[in-house]
Write a protein that binds this ligand. Sequence first.
Ligand SMILES: [Zn+2]
Length: 77
Amino acid sequence: MRVILLGSGSYSGTPKVLCECENCSRARRFPQYRRTRFSMYIPQINVLIDPSPDLYYHMSYVNYPALSEGDFPPDEL
Ligand SMILES: [Zn+2]
């Protein structure tokens, strides 16, 4: 079974706002070290595990069909 790891960062992702630790500083300088929040997707059974606020970005990454234009109603204020 194929499992897609969508994010591997902590609860706030990496880099964290205002954090000066080595990991966050490196992630600001080098984009390959940036991490979104943890989430997994299993395409065979169409299951999303632990969706995060980065969900739209994650689903765009796997070309999830429900993200195509017209599948979401417009925001109503
Ligand atoms: Zn940090």
